[in-house]
Each structure stands twice: as C-alpha cells, then as structure tokens.
Design a protein around this ligand. Structure first.
Ligand code: ADP
Ligand code: MG
Length: 350
C-alpha cells in the first residue's frame, strides 16, 4: 500500500509561502525583506552588503550607519515556498499528507494565516484554472474514497461557513446567524446547518464559488479587498469498514482566516472598530490556543471565541494541523510579515 507522501510525527506542519511582489511592490519605495535560503529556511530583513550610497557619483561609506539596523533574522519552517511555487506544489507538500490521517479517523485542520493581500485566498481557493489546496485536497480525498470502495462505504458531506463579527453564518444558505452545539459523532457542530452531500470534486467548485460570493467583504481605507471574516470549509467523512462494520468518522476543516493585520492599521473607527475588535477576538483566541498547545498546557481556552469553539475537536490531541503562513516579500508589509513569521514559529511548537 502506498503511504502518504508527507507525514511527520509532529501534529502540526507549518509552512510559509512568499507570494510574488505586486505592481506597487516592484516600485522604488519597496525592497525585498524576505530572502529564501533553501526550502526550509528564510531570512527576514537580511543585511545587504552591496547597498552602497552615492553622492555625486562618489560612494558615501558612512551613510549606511544612518540606516536602521537590519533584523537579519533566520527562520526555519517545515517548508518555505517562494514566488514560483504553485498551488499544486503547496498541496503536495502540505495537505496531501492529511488524507491518510482522515482515513485513519483523525480530524484535521488547515489554516491560511496572514495579512490581507498576503495570498491566503489564492492558496486556499485559487481560481478555476488554478485551483487552491481546498479543491486539490478534496480531489485527493475522492481518490482515496475510490481506492477504498471495495472495503469501505463512504459518506461525504460538506459545509461552508463564515465567522464574522463573532457570528456564524452559513455561506451556502445565508440566513440568520447560527449557534454552535456539541454533537456526539462529529464533536462541535453548527446547529441547523445543512450539510451538502457531494459525490465528485466538480460539485465542490460550484459550492465553493457560491459560498465565496456570499462572504462578507467591506472596503476599508487601507485595502478595498480587506476581509475580516474567517471562512471555514468543513468536510464530514463517515466510513463503514465493510468486514467489521466498524464506523469511523473524521472531519477536515480548512480555514481562510481573516487578515492578521491589526485593525488600527486600517484607520477605521465607529462600527468598523467593534468589528475589528471581534475579529481580533477569534484570531487572538486562536493564537492563545496555539500558545497553550505549544506550551503543553492541560487547559486550552477553546471557549474564548466562536472560531476556536468550532475547531475544538480539530486542533491539538491526535489531530493533524497544517498552517500556511502567507507573506508578501516587500518592505511595504514589513510589520505584517514579521508578525506572521513570529506567529508561525510559535505554532511550530505544538
Ligand atoms: P488574501 O486572501 O490573503 O487577502 P489574496 O489571496 O487575495 O490575499 O492575494 C492578493 C493578490 O495577490 C491576489 O490578486 C492574488 O491573486 C495575488 N496572489 C497571491 N498569492 C499569489 C501567488 N502565490 N502567486 C501569484 N499571485 C498571487
Ligand atoms: Mg482573502
């Protein structure tokens, strides 16, 4: 039997993806602050010896002293993906390895973390002609189902919800906010959610597109495409082992997190401020859960937010987690990138 391509003994796999610079980041005001050393190591804000300053054609040796010292910090992850990386490559080296765990009956979770514009949605959803890891993972899951169909009876269902302003909304069936409750079989469930049965990955694309169309998006001063909602795509897998009639259930959660930039940076006030505070609540709670898990603590504060309550049974314990930390390569996103790298480093210790 073929084993999974990627599986470490650790419960979490943390990777960083550096997207290509956008138009603005190729301008004069921008410099690269992420240097990829190899497929596991990057340097944030590297020292660059060659940066000479000229005045009337004469190199000014002393000028460098006026510059703020470079952080020149080395970070190591399970994998670092550069500009040229594709969604397929990211998939092969991250979530593909989760399929075996799901088949074994373990819950799995996948997070795309990073500031707005860093590439989270590109990684998770992608485009029709360049599908993201959600679609690629589902295609792999269907393949596993096919391979095992002699031995097992499968039932697959999906839901796609949004946590926005600490309210849970069904993206496939928008209406009044939904409550969370504990379910015997699948752990925490969204009460009243319609689970959609799917039989092939193409049905999925239609559902994903529909759900994405229903995501909450509000323009802000800083970024017109800013998203402060967490999109949570969940797959419920039920398997009956025909020979023994043993029933196994597993859940896969794939989350396109809200932008990790601080609300204050976007310069909004009033209603937007409360919204920002609530987003921080779920992201903050996720960070606190990760910290507690990383420290090996007994008490994990899952109940502190909607997002962490929802993921209580999919984070820690026997669960396998993948975190894709998305960053821009540019000095224009210096703080966001630095914060994301620190967050991702913390998560590695789970
Ligand atoms: P986020 O969801 O984190 O706010 P997006 O995924 O929407 O960010 O990415 C912002 C922009 O950058 C989009 O136009 C997206 O297509 C582009 N982009 C992001 N990552 C990549 C990548 N790895 N390669 C090419 N373009 C990318
Ligand atoms: Mg996005």
């Amino acid at each position: 039997k073929k084993g999974p391509t990627v599986r470490s003994s650790a419960n979490i796999r943390v990777v960083v993806r550096v997207r290509p610079p956008n138009h603005k980041e190729q301008g004069d005001n921008s410099r690269d602050v992420v240097k990829i050393v190899d497929d596991q190591v990057l340097i944030f804000d590297p020292k660059c010896q060659s940066q000479a300053f000229f005045y009337h054609g004469v190199e000014q040796k002393g000028r460098d002293l006026l510059r703020k010292a470079n952080k020149d910090m080395q970070f190591m992850f399970d994998r670092v993906f550069g500009f040229e990386s594709t969604n397929c490559e990211v998939f092969e080296n991250t979530t593909k390895g989760l399929i075996q765990s799901l088949m074994d009956g373990y819950n799995c979770s996948v997070f795309a973390y990073g500031a707005t514009g860093a590439g989270k949605t590109h990684t998770m959803i992608g485009q029709t002609d360049n599908p993201g890891i959600t679609y690629l993972t589902m295609a792999e899951l269907f393949k596993a189902k096919q391979d095992l169909q002699e031995e097992r009876k499968f039932e697959l269902g999906i839901s796609y919800i949004e946590v926005y302003n600490e309210l849970v909304q069904d993206l496939l069936n928008p209406g009044a906010p939904l409550q969370l409750r504990d379910d015997g079989r699948y752990g925490v469930m969204v009460a009243g959610i319609k689970v959609h049965k799917i039989d092939n990955p193409d049905e999925l694309f239609t559902l994903l597109a529909k759900g994405n169309g229903n995501r909450t998006q509000h323009p802000t001063d800083a970024n017109a495409e800013s998203s402060r909602s967490h999109a949570v795509f969940q797959v419920y897998i039920q398997m009956e082992i025909k020979a023994t009639r043993e029933v196994r259930a597993a859940k896969l959660s794939m989350i396109d997190l809200a932008g990790s930039e601080r609300g204050s940076a976007t310069g909004y006030g009033g209603a937007r401020f409360a919204e920002g505070a609530n987003i921080n609540k779920s992201l903050l709670a996720l960070g606190n859960c990760i910290n507690s898990l990383a420290d090996g603590q007994k008490y994990i504060p899952y109940r502190d937010s909607k997002l962490t309550r929802l993921l209580k049974d999919s984070l820690g314990g026997n669960c396998q987690t993948v975190m894709v930390a998305n960053v821009s390569p540019s000095s224009l996103c210096y703080d966001d990138t630095y914060n994301t790298l620190k967050y991702a480093t913390r998560a590695k210790k789970i």
